[in-house]
Design a protein around this ligand. Structure first.
Ligand code: PEP
Length: 250
């Protein structure tokens, strides 16, 4: 891992209810321990739990984020949607934008770009997801796809200070399949190069996401150009999530 802060983003997807929320007692304890001061833990539960969650982690270092937001700022006649400003109002500090599961539901590069701008204007930090499909990987299109997602998603954005990039190969999400470590390193290096071309000498934070678990974290945490992980399935189990953090920061 890098020597800086290490991010552990828990994406609960469309899981969780007020009962599940009780199961974060031990992680609250861990977040207060000096040994784990470098761990930046961000829980991204469904919208319905944001406020409850934010209240529950008050006085800890744990932060809360949403899993998406609308592309318009503030309030308006958009039935069934939630704006970045509303998310901010729950006590959340982050929002995931561009997750492949949201792209599948209609989030285009253009909408993602508007969402990122809206989120930043509302003083939320953004976890911007990029990643190629299996077909794109097989056709050697990975770099092309990542470049397009980065260029379009970050169009007219000047500063990466409040944006974390999460590289999530779609074929690895929820499948138990991990990229080969050297290939993953190579891909992250390429992403850094693409970012450097656009943003020059800024400080980029790049996370990896896709089937991260206590069984493979030792391998992944040796990659020194990664700043943390976006974790889906394993983050819904407190014991597994803690195990991942402890094995990364030992
Ligand atoms: C995700 O939801 O972004 C993710 C990486 O899921 P999983 O860890 O289950 O593959």
């Amino acid at each position: 891992m890098t020597n800086n802060n290490i991010y552990f983003v828990a994406n609960w997807k469309m899981y969780g209810n007020s009962r599940t929320l009780r199961a974060i007692k031990n992680i609250k304890k861990l977040s207060k321990s000096k040994k784990f001061y470098k761990a930046k833990i961000i829980y991204c539960p469904p919208y319905t739990l944001l406020e409850q969650f934010a209240n529950k982690v008050k006085n800890t270092n744990i932060m809360i984020g949403a899993q998406n937001c609308h592309y318009k700022i503030d309030y308006g006649p958009s039935t069934g949607f939630i704006s970045a400003k509303m998310i901010k109002d729950t006590g959340s500090k982050f929002v995931i934008i561009g997750h492949s599961e949201s792209r599948k539901e209609g989030d285009t590069d253009n909408k993602i770009n508007l969402k990122i701008k809206t989120a930043l204007k509302s003083n939320l930090k953004v976890i911007f997801c990029i990643g190629e499909s299996l077909k794109e990987k097989k056709n050697n299109k990975t770099t092309l796809v990542l470049r397009k997602q980065i260029f379009n998603g970050l169009k007219n954005i000047k500063d990466l200070k409040n944006i974390l990039i999460a590289y999530e190969p779609i074929w690895s999400i929820g499948t138990g399949v991990l990229p080969e470590i050297n290939n993953l390193k190579l891909q992250v290096q390429k992403i850094r190069k693409i970012l450097k071309n656009i943003f020059k000498n800024q400080n980029y934070k790049i996370l990896y996401g896709g089937s991260v678990s206590p069984n493979n974290i030792n391998k992944l945490s040796k990659i020194d150009i990664i700043d943390g992980f976006l974790i889906g399935g394993a983050s819904q189990n407190e014991k597994k999530f803690i195990d991942i953090i402890k094995k990364t920061i030992n």
